[in-house]
Write a protein that binds this ligand. Structure first.
Ligand SMILES: Cc1cc2nc3c(=O)[nH]c(=O)nc-3n(C[C@H](O)[C@H](O)[C@H](O)COP(=O)(O)OP(=O)(O)OC[C@H]3O[C@@H](n4cnc5c(N)ncnc54)[C@H](O)[C@@H]3O)c2cc1C
Length: 441
């Protein structure tokens, strides 16, 4: 179907799980779709921690949106950051142009939150984007390189201490993967340090790990991580972060690597709408996912706060929630433009379970109130993630990387890009006069 100038115009902001699903659901529907994203790729966020810990390279979990939607003739993909929406005039604005809409779908996800302490960001990067994952990967790899060169014992320990803030799935997965890097992947490659002496500390304010998941999963995650050597500090919060270390409650822990997996908040665009939002900045919508005063504007996925009428619980910020909302909204728009829509339906979330990996060959899955763990849990986790990865090529290459990683304990994506500048207090090796200045103190 080509572009029809008379057709209703549907603007989608965001090419994540929710936005893509709306565009796909409108295939062969007599509408013109414009999907705008500030990035040119759809990111499979559930595997970001594997990019951060060198298991996968970034391109394997990032699919060009243009390519994904190449067969959708009524859809135009626009690389643009949307900076404002005029709800009354029905126009969305980028920095250079505006576009009219008949229907608008806002699917902009969430951003990292430092709970009012944005000053932590410089020393405690979060994990929300591919750039974040590359930054964490760079810091982990450089930490071992610096430690190999560092003669000063205390400084070396600080470099080999990794603190992860937040015991949700991202924190659990990062902690497991970092300890495996230290104890399984790297030991045979370094000559002066025992990489397996690295400390990995996982901190959470709550009384258990995986707070949003069944209790059994939290207990098993804790037992598995502890058996791998991760220290778990519960009921304590991080009160300050510096280049040298972190205060966890009242205690200072020398740690040069702090990673933030603790909180999320609504995007600036959601904030600019001047509509009702919850304490996290998510937009409150009606049961059909539209804004109360604007039935032509929908907010879906992580960006929205909506209660599932069956359970009375908020729909969780997970990929399945965004996908199901995207399908629901696409069907509603289709019915309305095709003249089949009478009264709008009510969005109901189908919980398909929750999952988290702990390490190589170890994962937890909770489906229909049953918890699966160990190798079987890991295989289930792997199959589900491969199913939802976008693109056949990505599915194949990720599967091959996992098999190789499982068999050989090797991590292939370990390139430190840029000019790595090592910060070492007391340099090991032959002193080289002036040349020593090349190694920054
Ligand atoms: C590290 C990590 C691990 C996760 N693990 C899991 C997991 O194991 N299982 C699971 O179910 N869920 C997981 N999630 C959550 C899951 O990724 C989200 O629930 C899902 O991505 C939400 O989809 P969405 O479409 O609402 O938003 P997103 O997928 O976040 O997409 C939002 C899109 O909007 C774009 N955008 C934002 N603002 C603008 C703007 N102003 N203009 C233009 N474009 C904009 C962004 O570039 C992005 O492409 C994880 C999330 C993270 C960060």
């Amino acid at each position: 179907m080509g572009l029809d100038k008379q057709a209703a115009e549907v603007v989608i902001i965001g090419g994540g799980f929710g936005g893509l699903e709306v565009a796909k659901g409108l295939k062969n529907v007599p509408v013109q779709v414009f999907l705008a994203d500030r990035r040119n790729y759809h990111l499979f966020q559930p595997l970001l921690y594997q990019v951060a810990t060198s298991v996968l390279s970034g391109e394997k979990i990032a699919s060009p949106i243009r390519h994904v939607l190449r067969g959708y003739d009524n859809t135009t993909v626009v690389l643009a950051e949307i900076i404002g929406v005029d709800l009354e005039s029905k126009i969305v604005y980028g920095s250079r142009a505006g576009r009219h809409f008949d229907y608008l779908v806002i699917a902009t996800g969430l951003e990292q939150s430092y709970f009012g302490h944005d000053e932590f960001r410089a020393n405690a990067p979060g994990l929300k984007s591919l750039d974040d994952a590359y930054e964490i990967r760079r810091r982990i790899l450089i930490a071992f390189e610096e430690a190999e060169f560092e003669e000063d014992e205390a400084s070396r320990q600080g470099k080999l201490t990794f603190v992860i803030v937040g015991g949700g799935p991202t924190g659990v997965e990062l902690a497991g993967s970092i300890i495996e890097t230290a104890t399984k992947t790297l030991p045979s490659e370094f000559r002066h340090i025992d990489t397996s002496t690295a400390r990995v500390i996982l901190v959470d304010r709550g009384t258990r790990l995986l707070g949003g998941m069944p209790e059994e999963m939290g207990k098993r995650a804790m037992a598995d991580l502890e058996s791998m050597g991760v220290e778990i500090w519960l009921e304590r919060g991080v009160t300050s972060v510096s280049e040298e270390g972190v205060f966890i409650g009242e205690e200072f822990v020398p740690a040069e690597n702090v990673f933030w997996a603790a909180g999320v908040q609504g995007t600036a665009l959601a904030g600019s709408l001047k509509v009702e939002r919850d304490h996290m900045g998510r937009v409150m919508v009606g049961e059909d996912l539209s804004l109360p005063a604007h039935p032509e504007v929908f907010v879906i996925g992580d960006a929205t706060y909506v209660v599932d009428p069956q359970t009375g619980n908020p729909v969780p910020a997970v990929a399945q929630g965004a996908i199901q909302m995207g399908q629901f909204v696409a069907q509603m728009i289709k019915d309305e433009v095709e003249g089949k829509g009478n009264a709008r339906g009510v969005f109901q979330y189908k919980d398909k379970g929750s999952m988290a990996t702990i390490g190589r060959g170890k994962a937890l899955a909770s489906i229909n109130e049953r918890t699966f763990s160990g190798l079987f849990g890991w295989l289930m986790w792997g199959v589900v993630h491969i199913m939802f990865l976008v693109g056949f090529r990505s599915k194949m290459v990720v599967m091959m990387d996992w098999v190789w990683n499982y068999l050989a304990n090797e991590r292939g994506a370990r390139t430190i890009t840029g000019d790595p500048e090592l910060k070492v207090k007391e340099v090991r090796g032959i002193k080289m006069g002036d040349k020593k200045e090349k190694v920054r103190k």
